[in-house]
Ligand binder design. Structure first.
Ligand SMILES: [Fe+2]
Length: 383
């Protein structure tokens, strides 16, 4: 079998290097892009770039490009320096290639009601996650692909959650502290701390940044009521785009103010309910009707916004999209708080006490943990 980076043909124009790979696919590399990526222009220890664009010629013209010994040697017309680009590196950085990092592949799951939480998502026991790094690598990758994963047998004591999340990412401390307790209290300052059922939502869209991941650890599960609900906000937003494209567009363009006020915090941020990447893919959903402040909306824009908002809300209430089940004592759910929406059914704390302990993790730390473990178990995809 041919090596993936084997080439059939290499040729150049003054402004472009062309490679035909052994499998017949073509890649193009602009001369200026190549010139911007010389290995010698990076610090050999840190890998950080020592130059910026203002140091580069505006229009470097390629004089020759020759494949030799697993690399392409490129010479430019007006420069004495030449450069060797390894074929493996060129293949990995071809613009036509999709990102090979598995944790960046999203697996959407629209109809949560047809899924089984125990069967269809990643689970590991706390001790497996602790002792088996390969298992933890797979678990983290699945967490990032599905937007949710679970641990079981996490010690049901106050510190259990922090021991467990040390295996996942870094805690993001808020005005609630490092951790918060979800249980009913009289006159709660947040309705999460009541017996009420809560529809699908994301947490804390009034923060900057919005918490990246949320963790909920069941210390005392209720045997009656208080079931957890989860929904894939990316899949539901895409369903809205497919069925009501105008409503989808309105929700991506209307800034919505979110506010939280308590005796020790005054938090405010504006963001659309559905956020897109610069290429138009859904990158985040922010939905928490409890904390939406009055929108600054021209009267003529109110109709379209409220209509779109209502459509989205109706989808979120649709039980087809709900993964509903009971966490057991010691179970711990970790989920992408900008994607996987959560809620619960009502319960009676007078009859059965229910106590979850939660915390938030920074988004980048979870991706980093997955990538660090991948270095050990999938070195070929380490870039
Ligand atoms: Fe919540």
């Amino acid at each position: 079998m041919n090596h993936p980076a084997a080439v059939k043909r290499v040729w150049s124009l003054p402004d472009m290097l062309n490679i035909e790979w052994a499998d017949g696919t073509l890649s193009e590399y602009a001369s200026l892009w190549l010139r911007d990526n010389l290995r010698e222009d990076r610090d050999p220890h840190s890998g950080q770039r020592l130059i910026d664009i203002a140091d580069l010629p505006e229009d470097p013209r390629i004089r020759s490009a020759v494949a030799h010994n697993g690399a392409v040697n490129v010479e430019w017309e007006t420069e004495s320096r030449s450069a060797a680009f390894e074929l493996e590196w060129l293949l990995a950085h071809a613009s036509s290639r999709s990102d090979p990092r598995p944790e960046f592949t999203t697996r959407r799951w629209l109809e949560g009601a047809s899924l089984n939480a125990a069967r269809d998502f990643a689970w590991a026991t706390f001790s497996e996650a602790q002792s088996d790094r390969s298992r933890r690598a797979r678990w983290l990758t699945q967490l990032l692909q599905d937007g949710i994963a679970f641990l079981s047998n996490v010690p049901s004591n106050d510190a259990g959650i922090l021991e467990a999340v040390a295996l996942v990412g870094r805690v993001s401390e808020t005005n609630y502290g490092q951790v918060f307790d979800v249980r009913s209290v009289p006159q709660p300052e947040n309705l999460a701390y009541s017996d009420l059922g809560l529809g699908l939502h994301t947490d804390n869209p009034y923060r900057e940044p919005v918490p990246g991941f949320q963790v909920l650890h069941a210390l005392v599960a209720s045997p009656d009521g208080g079931e957890s609900l989860f929904g894939d906000g990316f899949a539901i937003a895409e369903h809205l785009r497919a069925t009501f494209p105008d409503a989808f567009q309105v929700l991506t363009r209307t800034p919505v103010p979110f506010r939280y006020q308590s005796k020790d915090a005054e938090l405010y941020a504006e963001r659309p309910l559905i956020q897109l990447t610069c290429t138009g893919e859904v990158s985040a959903v922010h939905y928490n009707s409890r904390s939406i402040a009055p929108l600054r909306l021209a009267a003529r824009d109110a109709g379209p916004f409220y209509s779109a908002y209502r459509r989205f809300a109706a989808l979120l209430r649709d039980s087809r999209f709900h993964l509903q089940f009971s966490l057991r004592d010691g179970d711990l759910a970790v989920f992408n708080n900008q994607r996987t929406m959560h809620g619960r059914t009502a319960f009676s704390s007078a009859r059965y006490p229910r106590h979850l302990r939660g915390c938030y993790l920074t988004r980048d730390s979870v991706y980093s943990e997955a990538a660090l473990l991948r270095r050990e178990f999938r070195p070929e995809t380490h870039s």
